[in-house]
Write a protein that binds this ligand. Structure first.
Ligand SMILES: [Zn+2]
Length: 170
């Protein structure tokens, strides 16, 4: 029995038209000038769109969102789509008062509040309670052991050996 070799000598490969055969004409679109005009914060945006300047970026006084682009188009679009229905009724002095109020709130919100120790503790306790519940409920299922293991690891991660032992005993 002769060995049946399947790999026949390479036949003439059909000549494929490769993409490099073509030299697509690179179209160079005219570069649009984006810098220069309309790139600086305008003071009137505060009155018109309830925006203030934060680190050279426009920040919405209402929802505190900071826009990446400092252009009137974006600022106006944000205001029109998000807040106009709510704030268009405030005009003149009333509007000034609203802006003043919003600005005060903005100042009181920065820097970002750090969670207090008590809150953190409460959060950890909550996670433990949820974990405990999961372990209890899943006990009958095959993945109960896995979840238990997770809970134990989580407890240890929080530095509570006591809690870890607690989970281990479930
Ligand atoms: Zn907003």
């Amino acid at each position: 029995m002769g060995a049946s070799r399947v790999d026949a000598p390479a036949a003439m490969e059909p000549r494929m038209v490769s993409p490099t055969d073509f030299f697509p004409k690179l179209s160079t679109p005219r570069e649009r000038k984006v810098d220069g005009e309309n790139r600086s914060f305008k003071q009137r945006w505060e009155m018109d769109y309830l925006f203030v300047k934060t680190k050279n970026k426009p920040q919405c006084l209402v929802c505190l969102q900071i826009l990446a682009v400092c252009k009137e188009y974006n600022v106006k679009r944000h205001y029109a789509s998000q807040h106009e229905f709510q704030f268009s009724k405030y005009t003149g002095n009333l509007r000034l008062a609203v802006i003043k109020d919003l600005k005060t709130k903005l100042k009181s919100q920065s820097p970002v509040p750090v969670p207090t120790t008590n809150t953190e503790k409460a959060a950890i306790k909550a996670s433990f309670l949820i974990c405990e519940e999961i372990v209890k409920r899943k006990k009958a299922f095959s993945d109960g052991a896995f979840i238990k293991e997770c809970a134990v690891k989580m407890a240890r991660a929080f530095g509570s050996e006591e809690m870890a032992k607690c989970f281990e005993s479930v």
